[in-house]
Design a binder for this molecule. Sequence first.
Ligand code: PLP
Length: 482
Amino acid sequence: MENQEKKNSAEVLRNLPSIDTLLRTETSAKLVGEVGAKHLAGLARLVTDSLRQELLEEITEKNNEIDAEKYSREILLKEAELRLEDSWRQEQNTSLQKVINASGVVIHTNLGRSPLSDLAKKAMLDVSGYCNLEYNIETGKRGKRGARAEHLLAELVEAESALIVNNCAAATILVLTALCKGGEAIISRGEMVEIGGDFRVPDVMIQSGAELVEVGTTNKTRASDYEKAITENTRMLVKVHPSNYRIIGFTAKPSIAELAQIAKRNDVLLYEDAGSGAMFDMSKYGLKDEPIIPDSVRDGADVVTFSGDKLLGGIQSGLIVGRGEVIEHIRKNPLYRALRVSKLVYAVLETALEAFRKETVMQDVPTLKMLAMTKAELKQRTWAFAHKLREKIGEDADLKFEIMDGKSVIGGGSAPAVQPQTTLFTIKHKDLSTSQLEERLRHSKPPVVTRILEDRVLIDLRTVAEDEEPILVDTLSSIKAE
Ligand SMILES: *Cc1c(COP(=O)(O)O)cnc(C)c1O
């Protein structure tokens, strides 16, 4: 008996496909063009190694009592082929690709924040070859990099000057380094916050070589607290918008105008990190506490920073606006050279800024368009969507859906309490759990990212582009339990 078992184990191990055998299969022939011969051989080695490892473990665990028939040559080869395909699929999923954002989170940091508008995509394509990045077409001489985008930005917020860097974190470090290195920056204890994506105010400030002087308390800081803390080493007062963090109730903080007076009186600078970059009053869309950039400039902030891909709806970038001489001083800091942006970023920002100038931003810039969608509009779209899906899957399909009222999420560091009313499309599957259904959608092509609430998968069409709806109908209709 024992001998027979030993024989079985040896036989099973002999049945394992070699790398060469695996590479000669139809599966490999199908994959080789896409993967490349060398990398496919590497994947085949990993697959056969892991199969051998698992078999050896099973043999030990079962004390050699292994059923040879379950591990025939054919079965093991089939398993290896499946694993080869799967390892390539998993690797591909790590590469940057389109996803459908059905989560209803408009400024979704994990999904690339603001989607580009059609105009922005066209502009990017347009400058993708040679372009006049630092070339003046009028004179034929060297031109100023980013001049047009900076000009539009300064004009939009009614500031004297503007400068554009890689993101708002870079803008903050640059501003503090250029204006406050070796000096003191006064900041309220209520604003020493962490903002999504690893941005911690105190860490960023220390990185720049500025010395932090904290004033006030977590919930209340008065103008006089700032003024009392000013010494001969003070270079600036700093105000940070706490973004995704709120203290509700017994709170106080001075306005930009009050702080500007103190800064002026004491000959120090006032810097505001406003974060989201609201260009106008967006309280109509539920955004009540966002600093409005032109207001901050008008009220006397010397320099203001904000993101280019939150409420501005552009692309990852950090926008710096303010007084001419202050901005020029920042531009001259060598760190600026390391943080400046590419031609593609300027191209996209120009389109977004032009849309603000022309007042077409609510139609032309997807982020703002999505924020402005009403519950009624979404209800209509969701019912039409349900109709199309019903037509496709028929009356008694395994996929069940329902339409209900709910909330979208703005995201991107906006106040967590701000949740626009929406209409939700909720789905369930007869033979799949909620998390299995969510996973099926996430693993489809293109991946569909949803939300789960209690025992339902939620689809919020607010963040789904209209030309993505047919794809979503196809994806939903092809879900199988198996
Ligand atoms: C979002 C945010 C940042 C970071 O902006 P990035 O563009 O992601 O670097 C910094 N400060 C505030 C106040 C923010 O809201």
